[in-house]
Structure formats: structure tokens, C-alpha cells
Write a protein that binds this ligand. Structure first.
Ligand SMILES: NC(=O)c1ccc[n+]([C@@H]2O[C@H](COP(=O)([O-])OP(=O)(O)OC[C@H]3O[C@@H](n4cnc5c(N)ncnc54)[C@H](O)[C@@H]3O)[C@@H](O)[C@H]2O)c1
Ligand SMILES: C[N+](C)(C)CC=O
Length: 489
């Protein structure tokens, strides 16, 4: 079956190119997909433009769009097992993690189904009884939705659901290395009754497919999730046509543990924070910041448990963590381990590939712990996006906050303490888009997600996640116009 979807039809790439999608667990080919280029991207933009400007889609009521989103949520749950399996094959994450992603995405479609109907705009008091003034919310237009490889279905759905709820049309561009669940999502969107041209799918590399979408004068909005450098280039490429840009970028997220924290929970979550999905999570708690008096005991226990994490095939029920996504990505992680060693961090665990023959074909890397780190080290400041934990110490609340904010990123952070006033103080002081108190990792459809500083621009999820895809229009009606004679005095 062809895997580009343009104007309601599945089609091959215009130049006939294809790409093999590889399982990171054993490098086997899962599927061969079509690989688009600029011509395909432009065809998809044209279809989305026509569907926005000239089709019946613009006449759909909010209720009808809401029903469409509910139906998509139903179909996601109907095919939950198949989708989770595909995501695991494509990314290497465990089946349990993939199932959590499908459930999250279902909840996000349900949430925006409700939001679509509950936002009729608002009346504004103009201070004049003869005036009817109101603000209405309209779709932005044609949206380019560009997603990364670490959460392929989830990150794309966080864009598709609000974009559809608001009445936009769109072109989807998943990561070229993990397109399988986005293809499946588009099949479900089609089955649910999304009109032709409203959702289009172009597979292929960032350049030329992504860059064509970003630079096109026919595209009104780009929503991008991915790395800082790509985000920078997208922001600057979009300036030529002054389109809206939303960026969800990386993080370097502190996990601050005070000595009065519940030891068992803090240890357990410190491991989850960084080794879940082999550290390939934007909000991974790679920076453990631990109080001096607890440091020795905490780190000793962490190392013991990190060394016991069972790596393996994401499809096997006893696997606790899968491989990294590709050979290139593992090479990047290995470079950061080398950098950490050269910078003087103490390597306490990992720092190499596993030796088990069963894992030799996969892109595995052992959970790695660096102790005695300082904020000015590159391994502490730069996003390694792998299973690398760095440990820093603090001896006062102020120092914990200073270290937690000593990053150019600002995506997420956590604080562990049994003192609620201290927790609240630290949560307020941290300059990150999400702060967890005595927890690490959860996100909710109804709560905004996004970054301060270089972690991005804009928000996904929540009310703000819908507003990204809306234009506010003020309609001011004078019900009793009279000549003003401004120029005839
Ligand atoms: N903030 C968040 O919510 C969040 C969530 C997930 C991932 N991320 C970040 O994503 C990154 C990992 O993902 P990645 O390696 O796939 O990122 P990436 O920046 O390499 O690629 C992301 C997407 O952009 C496309 N792209 C590349 N160059 C482009 C260009 N010039 N124009 C348009 N599109 C282009 C890619 O093909 C891919 O689809 C990490 O930095 C991670 O922190 C952030
Ligand atoms: C946004 N999140 C946490 C689901 C995935 C980040 O990579």
C-alpha cells in the first residue's frame, strides 16, 4: 500500500523513492515506505489549501468536528494493541510504554472533542449600549505539523487533535525514521470520516520535506516538536513568510532530592526519570541534584539499581528498557559519555554497550551514572537524549534552586521533600514549564505542556494548546450608526 496521503488518496512518492524502516532492536526491516520530496510536500500543501479555502470543511459545525474527534478516539482504542505493537517495533520502547502512549492520545482526542464545543467566543462590554462587540475564534488555516521520533504517535496527535478541533487543515510530517504509527493514525482519521484534503501526510526527511512546508507562503502555521538546532532553523526559515510558529524543543531537566524526601519513592522515580525509554524523553530527569547529607547513600543505591535494569526487546514482557533509536543516535550518546569522562565526572555505572550476544544487533547502551558533576560541564548542560544521569550536590534550598535553573532550557523539573512549604517555594522558583512535586513525568491533556527559555515557544495541551490553532477575531457591530461629521465641522 502507498504511504503518502494527499487530498484523500493514498499515493506513492512522485519521484518513486522509498525508505526501509528499521527495528532498532535487531535492525530488521519492518516495512518499506514511500519517501516524499518537495513536489509531494507542495501537492499536500495545495490540497490542504483548497480544503481550507473552498471545501465544505469550513461549514462544519463545532459539534460535528467534536463528533469526528470522539470517533477517532474510539478507533484508537479499538486498534490499541496493533498500534502499540507498531510503535514498539519502530522505536524500541516497551509495549507497556507504547500502550500508555495510545491511551494518552485517546484522552487527548476526547479532551479536544469537548473543547471544540465549549468555546463559542465571548461578548465584550464596549461601554456603549448601541454596540454589540464580541470575540470569536477561527481556525488559522493550513498547518504544517512536524514531529520527532521518540514519541511518534503521541507528539503528532498532540498537534492533530487541537488543529482539527479548531477547524484547520494540515500536512503531517513525522520523523523519517519512525513513520509507522502516523500512517496508521491517518488511516484512522480517514476511516472516521475526515474529508479529503483536511489531513495530508508526507513522509521524508527534514530537508526537503519539512523545509518546504516551513517556507511555503501557502502554509499559515508551523507546529514543530524536535531538537533545539532544528527549531532555530525553522524559526528563522518561517520568518520569510511571517507565519505562526510553535516550538516544543529539548530539555535538561533537574530532579532535586532533599534529604527529607521519602527515600524509596525518590530512588524509584530518579531511575524512571532518566532511564525510561532509554533517556530519549524531552523531559527526562537527567540532572539529579541531591542534598549533600543524602548524597552518598542515595547514589550508592541508584548505581546498584541502575546496573540491574533489564535491557531487551520491547515486545518481551520482562524487558524494562529498549534500545536507542539508531546507530547515529547511539554514537551521539557515546560521544557525550566520552565528554563527561574528559570533563572529570566520575563514571559509576554503565559507560559502555552491553555485552550480551542477544543484544548485539540492537542499538543498546547501558544505563550510565556520572557522579561529582558540576553545572558548567557540557554533559550537564547539553541534551544527551540517552540513558546518562549526572549527579550534582547542594547544601541549601537556594543552592538547589540555583542549580535547577542553571540551564538554557526550561522544560521540566521535580522536587522531592516531605516539607510542603519547601516544595512550594522550590516549585515557584524553578523556571520550567512543568514542575512535579514528589513525582516525575506525568502530563495531562487538560494541563498546558511546553517550555520556558530555549525549550520552546508556545504550549501544547490544555486551553493554550487549542489557542495555538485559533485566530481571535473581534466583531464590533454598531446597531445604531449615526453620522459623526468628523470631517465636516
Ligand atoms: N518539548 C517537547 O515536548 C518534546 C517532545 C519530544 C521530543 N522533543 C525533542 O525532540 C528532539 C528529538 O527528536 P528528533 O531527533 O527527531 O529532532 P529533530 O529536530 O532532528 O527532528 C524533528 C523533526 O523535524 C524534521 N526536520 C529536520 N530538519 C528540518 C528542517 N530543516 N525543516 C523542517 N523540519 C525538519 C525531522 O525530519 C523530524 O520530523 C529532542 O531534542 C527532544 O527533546 C521535545
Ligand atoms: C512530551 N513527552 C513527555 C510525552 C515526550 C517528550 O519527549
Amino acid at each position: 500500500m502507498s504511504t503518502l496521503f494527499i487530498d484523500g488518496r493514498w499515493t506513492s512518492a512522485s519521484a518513486g523513492a522509498t525508505r526501509e524502516v528499521v527495528n532498532p532492536y535487531d535492525q530488521s526491516v519492518i516495512r518499506t515506505v514511500d519517501e516524499g520530496d518537495s513536489a509531494d510536500a507542495n501537492a499536500a500543501i495545495r490540497a490542504a489549501r483548497v480544503a481550507f479555502d473552498d471545501s465544505q470543511w469550513g461549514e462544519w459545525t463545532a459539534r460535528r468536528r467534536s463528533r469526528l474527534l470522539h470517533r477517532i478516539a474510539e478507533l484508537l482504542q479499538r486498534d490499541r494493541a496493533e498500534i502499540a505493537r507498531l510503535e514498539t517495533l519502530d522505536t524500541g520502547k516497551t509495549l507497556v510504554e507504547s500502550g500508555i502512549d495510545v491511551d494518552d492520545v485517546t484522552a487527548v482526542f476526547e479532551y479536544y472533542a469537548a473543547q471544540a464545543e465549549s468555546d463559542p467566543g465571548r461578548l465584550v462590554d464596549a461601554g456603549n449600549p448601541a454596540v454589540r462587540s464580541r470575540v470569536v475564534y477561527e481556525p488559522v488555516g493550513v498547518c504544517a505539523l512536524i514531529a520527532p521520533w521518540n514519541y511518534p504517535l503521541l507528539q503528532m496527535s498532540w498537534k492533530v487533535a487541537p488543529a482539527l478541533a479548531a477547524g484547520n487543515t494540515m500536512v503531517l510530517k513525522p520523523s523519517e525514521i519512525t513513520p509507522l504509527t502516523t500512517i496508521k493514525l491517518v488511516e484512522l482519521l480517514e476511516e472516521a470520516g475526515t474529508p479529503p484534503g483536511v489531513v495530508n501526510l508526507v513522509l521524508g526527511p527534514g530537508d526537503p520535506v519539512g523545509s518546504t512546508l516551513v517556507e511555503s507562503p501557502q502554509v499559515d502555521l508551523v507546529s514543530f516538536t524536535g531538537g533545539l538546532e532544528t527549531g532555530r532553523s525553522i524559526m528563522s526559515a518561517a520568518a520569510g513568510t511571517v507565519k505562526r510558529v510553535a516550538l516544543e524543543l529539548g530539555g535538561k531537566n533537574p530532579n532535586i532530592v532533599f534529604a527529607d524526601a521519602d527515600f524509596e519513592s525518590a530512588i524509584d522515580y530518579a531511575l524512571i526519570a532518566v532511564f525510561f525509554h532509554a533517556g530519549q524523553v524531552c523531559s527526562a530527569g537527567t540532572r539529579l541534584v541531591v542534598e549533600n547529607s543524602l548524597h552518598e547513600r542515595f547514589v550508592a543505591e541508584l548505581v546498584k539499581r541502575a546496573e540491574r535494569i533489564k535491557l531487551g526487546n520491547g515486545l518481551d514482557s520482562d524487558t524494562e528498557s529498549g534500545p536507542l533509536v539508531s546507530a547515529e543516535h547511539r554514537a551521539k550518546v557515546e560521544r557525550y559519555v566520552q565528554i563527561g569522562i574528559e570533563e572529570g565526572a566520575w563514571l559509576l555505572a554503565g559507560g559502555r554497550r552491553p555485552e550480551e550476544p542477544a543484544l548485539s544487533q540492537g542499538f543498546f547502551y547501558l544505563p550510565t551514572v556520572f557522579d561529582e558533576c558540576r553545572s558548567d560541564m557540557r554533559v550537564v548542560q547539553e541534551e544527551t537524549f540517552g540513558p546518562i544521569m549526572t549527579v550534582e550536590r547542594f547544601s541549601s534550598v537556594e543552592e538547589a534552586v540555583r542549580i535547577g535553573n542553571d540551564t538554557t532550557y526550561g522544560l521540566a523539573g521535580a522536587v522531592w521533600t516531605s516539607d510542603t512549604r519547601k516544595a512550594e517555594y522550590v516549585a515557584r522558583k524553578l523556571r520550567h514549564g512543568t514542575v512535579w512535586i514528589n513525582d516525575f513525568g506525568p502530563y495531562l491533556p487538560q494541563a498546558e505542556w511546553g517550555g520556558f527559555k530555549r525549550s520552546g515557544v508556545g504550549r501544547e495541551l490544555g486551553h493554550a494548546g487549542l489557542a495555538e490553532y485559533q485566530e481571535a477575531k473581534h466583531i464590533y457591530e454598531n446597531t445604531a450608526p449615526e453620522p459623526q461629521r468628523w470631517f465636516a465641522r
